[in-house]
Design a protein around this ligand. Sequence first.
Ligand SMILES: C[S@@+](CC[C@H](N)C(=O)[O-])C[C@H]1O[C@@H](n2cnc3c(N)ncnc32)[C@H](O)[C@@H]1O
Length: 295
Amino acid sequence: MSDKTGIVTLVGAGPGDPDLLTLGAARALSRADVVVYDNLVCPEILEFAAGAEMIDVGKLPFGKQTAQETISSILIREGSLGRNVVRLKGGDPFIFGRGTEEIEALHRAGVPFRVIPGVTSLNGVLGAAGVALTTRGRNRGFAVFSGAGATDKTEFRQWAEYPGPVVVYMGVNRAADIADEFIHAGRASDEPVVVVARGGTPREAIAETSLGELAALLANPADWTPAIIVIGAAREHAFSARPLDGSVAVFNAGSLDSIAADELRALGARPARAVKREPTHPFAREVAVHKEAHK
Ligand SMILES: C[S@@+](CC[C@H](N)C(=O)[O-])C[C@H]1O[C@@H](n2cnc3c(N)ncnc32)[C@H](O)[C@@H]1O
């Protein structure tokens, strides 16, 4: 135990693409003594904390799990040692991020904390894929729910009643139940659905489908995790009509932040660096061709 108590900063890292990291997050990372991070954080983002000790408490959907109590006790231990701790979480800490449990635990232990919100998947991932969740004259709102945790599938029906697009976090494993219940509640089976998996990462995959075909598309959940799903919205035509829509342009290291890369982005391509990662990382594997998932 140190005489001086440190500070724990809960930082939202955004959904993957380092361009979606906030300036506050980059500053906090650059001052960190220790970074406690999740698996939904892209490796490039950790480079902002060069020199800090890294503690991986990643919770893979199909892999190793670190109990929430263990994570909270690591934060309390590190803060009590007088260290400047960054708790780096995918997206935003308070949107399906268990931020509440962590600040409650810190508060109970008397460890000072602060929060830097992050870009959440619903705007970071869907926006980058060309899905506008509101459009003047078309709709004035949208609903959001988590597909995980529902014991009774009829719970999904209440979301189907929302008169506009419905965004689903953590819905890949329950896609068949969700689609069934939405159709049961009166939504048309040809209603458009967009699925974006691993958005903003080298393994991004985008699919445009319908409620009736959603379960078949996601029949192998491991191929589509993590993904954000939106029911009742489509990619904007202006996006999908761009000549390089859906293609990946492989760049050499260091050249993604350039006018040449921006020109490709404006044509609809996704410039990416071919990087090697731990094969167990969910954003691992070389840049893949996503055209087949991208109608
Ligand atoms: C435990 S929640 C964390 C949400 C996060 N706090 C946020 O604000 O985006 C995990 C879910 O977020 C969504 N998600 C997170 N990162 C994503 C990404 N890069 N692409 C698509 N969906 C993502 C998926 O629905 C995933 O199952």
